[in-house]
Design a protein around this ligand. Structure first.
Ligand code: BGC
Length: 907
């Protein structure tokens, strides 16, 4: 196995810069921050040392070269630290080390036991220092949401005692949140006036501590802005009522997610508004000009630094649309721009362009006279500018006399079950609206007819059987001609991805797809590679990569240029490591603060989400790789993520939950999309015709490939029924092109593949539909970096020859659940197929892995999801081994697997 070229030199340092722009300062009384040369600080809370780089699960599994914690970041910035207190924490952590559960998937607790402070410790610290910094740390992640209780959303008793004692003995107190999503801040009601500064540091990847040190020490003035609203209590979020169901999640809040809800219905519930964040300096923000011509608006805003530090500001543009027949949120974000660094007394004019069509709302009921269309309703549109969603000034306004059609679409993915959704009722004196409810419009179209009327045509058969995929790449033949020569058996292999840790692609990565079998290699179809994602390259072999900040922090920068540049470096790193697409950006909406994967996603707002995802994708492509938009769609809860049905109106789906995807497809020209595990209005996302074909392809003109999430389930395209993993024909029919994943070298004999043939033979799937999905996958591969690499092939994968009884085979009974070493005694030299027998008791989507090492050399990485404790046999690889005694060892990277035996068969 080749060693991995790890990182791009400039990457970690650049990631530190991006980090500093996402760190968000929410309060700073009496200029407590930045820390000056005259200050000595006492650091409280263990996450100063046990700094959280990210959340957990597939999005947090980057193996880093090094990691800088907050303490080191402060030291690197020459901050004077109370050493006596530091020693107390070091001793405590020594005695009570970081608890990562048993190291297996989703077993790490969401907080770490905090030191129980005594009055004496704090009193003493106050004698030795003039400022206190209190660190609060939390993690969360895939397969396991946050919980409302102490230690997750709420603070623990030890943390509360820490805040009480520190605020009692110190005059200047700073609170730092090292978290992946917002957590409870209701205790500020009682302690708020004693806390001078509050910082959301988020989770900053491997350079997070340095960036935090840069900001706290004043080297960089903070410029992060909240991508989510912080409400006073969790029950204030309108999604609280439905979040967490294991069967049906009704999106009653409809389009009123985050600030769209709070600013329309419940302004008092907001502690810190969406878009909010302070700097060490002060800016004077004034309208320079507002120009409205022919649906285009240009707003120029003067930003003057009137303080003593340099700094950056974010100008945000919101629209207030007329309530009309549909009802609208009070305001919606429609543009933003971050300034450059502005020196004291300097002024920068920021120019923001907005197209009026982007103000349109989707009419899913026909109330405006334009059903299934984006419309601009008659009335006055007020455009506001400001530095957050609460402090706004009028930039200008315009009136539309008559409701106008912006884009006629088709009804798609509408709910099939009645429920009520929120709408604005009467306007109150406060300017807010009463909450009213109305019935959600249900599906009226005949889905079966739609699918049948849009069946693709079979490709004209080209008689030249010698065309290879390389000929297509060299433009000697068309992709259609090439595909027309492939048999059902060949085609069906191309829609099945394998993994994880496939020996044909970069080690320890999530999947291989394209050409995985000798018959496809002969046609010169290479094996392409997909790897997690989103905040760095995940290689479960333990190979190192650069870990960037989490999605929420990136969104807090509100700086798309910076994010594009950061992801260009990520693209370069991927390309160096032969990865063809990153499994990111993750871009589901922060619908509720308790979603375990909020850290991977950007924001409660679709516009900010769409801009960030677009910057990701453009950057990755510039760097030489590609991105995969995930998880399409409405996957905003981890509990029961395979089963829970997201039941939502078509308007909420389009305006909120897939808007970001639409932007990244149209503006970022994304070429890869991953569907979600969950059903959307009854249909599993992985076989959802309207999501994958009607909307994505037909409306947005998407030309890339669509893959499922790992081991996803599909159900019937027309009449939603029980889902299962092998219903690949339904996946293909919906135009979700690629199944992820089947165990390595398992696709050939899989029920998934057999089903494809069976459905084609019985007429429930057409050859043309299969060809269409193969076209989508291969057109991705054609543009991927893998085309510039030699086709790797495991010739010996002619699996039939392995059934020869006389073949020499030996097996190592290696029962192991933790690192283990053994011997392999071979009587003959030769090429051996290695197979593993293993099982896992973990949940069905839990990922575990271990390295297989032969004579001290890493030869492969074995991975599995939960197998229900049933034994599975997987082909690992083929390898040349001389006769004699060899050492063999297993190194468990993510425990949870039981390895029962390894079999070596000479082929
Ligand atoms: C996650 C995806 C991830 C994939 C591969 C799934 O469990 O939901 O986001 O990319 O695993 O690791």
């Amino acid at each position: 196995m080749n060693d991995v070229k790890t990182t791009i030199d400039r990457f970690p340092a650049f990631s530190r810069i991006v980090n500093t722009e996402g760190i968000t300062l929410l309060k700073n009384n009496n200029n407590t921050l930045p820390i000056t040369n005259n200050d000595t600080v006492s650091l409280f809370g263990r996450s100063q040392i046990n700094y959280y780089r990210s959340g957990t699960g597939s999005g947090g599994a980057v193996n880093v070269l090094y990691s800088i914690n907050a303490l080191e970041g402060l030291q690197n910035n020459d901050v004077k630290i109370n050493q006596e207190l530091l020693q107390i924490y070091l001793d405590f952590i020594n005695k009570q080390p970081f608890n990562n559960g048993d190291g297996s998937w989703a077993s790490e607790p969401w907080h770490q036991q905090e030191l129980l402070l005594t009055e004496n410790i704090v009193k003493n610290a106050a004698l030795q220092s003039n400022k206190a910094i209190v660190f609060l740390g939390r993690t969360a992640g895939e397969d396991n949401d946050n919980h409302e209780n102490e230690g997750s959303f709420k603070l623990t008793k030890e943390e509360m005692i820490m805040i009480e004692l520190v605020t009692k003995h110190f005059d200047q107190v700073v609170l730092i949140y090292n978290v992946g999503n917002i957590i409870d801040m209701s205790y500020l009601e009682d302690h708020g006036d004693k806390i001078d500064s509050i910082v959301y540091a988020w989770q900053g990847g491997m350079e997070g501590g340095n960036a935090l040190g840069d900001v706290l020490s004043g080297k960089v003035s903070p410029s992060g802005k909240l991508p989510d609203t912080i409400a006073k209590t969790i029950s204030d979020y309108p999604t609280s009522k439905n979040f967490g169901s294991e069967t049906k999640n009704y999106y009653e809040e409809d389009i009123y997610v985050g600030y769209r809800y709070f600013e329309t219905f419940n302004r008092d519930a907001v502690l810190f508004p969406f878009g909010y964040g302070l700097s060490y300096t002060t800016f004077d923000v004034a309208l320079n000009s507002f120009n409205y011509t022919d649906k285009n608006i240009v707003i120029d805003v003067d930003v003057k630094n009137i303080g003593n530090y340099n700094g950056k500001e974010v100008i945000q543009i919101y629209v207030e649309s007329p309530q009309g027949k549909l009802g609208k949120p009070y305001i919606e974000l429609k543009g933003f721009k971050k300034t450059n660094i502005i020196e004291p007394n300097e002024l920068e004019t920021v120019s923001i362009h907005v197209n009026v069509d982007e103000f349109a709302s989707y009419d899913d009921s026909g109330a405006t006279g334009f059903k299934s269309a984006y419309v601009l309703e008659a009335g006055t549109y007020n455009i506001y500018y400001g530095v957050n969603s609460r402090e706004l000034n009028v930039a200008g306004s315009f009136t539309i006399d008559k409701t106008t059609l912006v884009e006629q679409l088709q009804e798609a993915a509408a709910p099939i079950e009645s429920f009520k959704r929120m709408i604005p009722g009467d306007r109150l004196q406060t300017g807010e609206y009463e909450i009213a409810y109305q019935d959600v419009p249900l599906r009226t179209i005949d889905l079966e007819k739609r699918i049948n009327n849009n069946l693709p045509k079979e490709l004209n058969k080209n008689n030249n059987k010698d065309i290879t995929f390389k000929d297509v790449f060299d433009q000697k033949a068309s992709l259609q001609d090439f595909i027309s020569t492939l048999s059902i058996d060949e085609l069906s292999l191309i829609v099945l991805g394998e993994g994880m840790s496939h020996p044909l692609v970069a080690p320890g990565t999530a999947a291989a797809f394209g050409g995985l079998y000798p018959e496809l290699h002969k046609l010169k179809i290479p094996a392409a590679c997909a790897a997690d994602g989103p905040s760095g390259l995940r290689m479960d072999t333990g190979h190192k990569a650069t870990q960037m900040p989490i999605g929420t922090l990136l969104a807090s920068t509100w700086n798309t240029d910076l994010i594009e540049e950061l992801y260009t470096l990520e693209g370069e790193e991927l390309s160096l490591n032969e990865v063809d697409t990153l499994l990111g950006p993750g871009m589901n909406i922060h619908r509720h603060p308790l979603c375990g994967r909020n850290f991977e996603y950007f924001s409660e707002d679709p516009y900010l989400t769409g801009k960030m995802a677009t910057a990701n994708v453009l950057g990755l492509r510039k760097g030489g790789s590609e991105g995969t938009l995930k998880h399409y769609a409405a996957n905003d809860q981890e509990k029961a993520r395979n089963d829970v049905d997201s039941i939502l109106s078509e308007r909420a789906l389009r305006e909120i939950h897939i808007k970001g995807f639409e932007m990244a497809v149209k503006e970022g020209k994304a070429r890869s999309v991953m569907t979600a595990y969950n059903p959307v209005n009854g249909h599993q996302s992985a076989s959802h015709y309207d999501l994958c074909t009607t909307i994505l392809r037909n409306e947005w003109n998407y030309e890339g490939m669509v893959m499922t999430d790992w081991w996803a389930r599909m159900n019937h395209n027309v009449t939603p029924d029980q889902s299962s993993r092998d219903r690949v024909p339904e996946m293909i029919r919906s135009q979700n092109d690629l199944y992820m994943v089947i165990p390595n070298f398992g696709a050939a004999d899989s029920p998934h593949r057999k089903n494809v043939r069976k459905y084609i033979e019985n007429g429930s799937l057409t050859l043309a539909e299969l060809q269409r999905s193969v076209y989508n996958v291969l057109s991705f591969v054609l543009q991927a970096p893998v085309m510039n690499r030699p086709v790797k092939t495991l010739e010996i994968l002619d699996l039939k020859s392995n059934t020869d009884e006389s073949a020499y085979s030996t097996s190592v009974n290696f029962y192991a659940t933790a690192d283990a070493k053994g011997w392999l005694n071979l009587e003959e030299s030769g090429t051996f197929l290695i197979e593993v027998a293993m099982r896992s008791k973990l949940s069905e989507l839990a990922q575990s892995s271990c390295n297989l090492v032969l004579n001290e050399e890493l030869i492969s990485n074995i991975q599995s999801n939960g197998t229900n404790n049933e034994v599975v046999i997987e082909k690992v690889m083929t390898i040349d081994i001389p006769k004699g005694v060899h050492t063999l060892s297993l190194g468990f990277k993510k425990p949870g697997l039981e390895i029962l035996s390894l079999k070596f068969t000479k082929i």
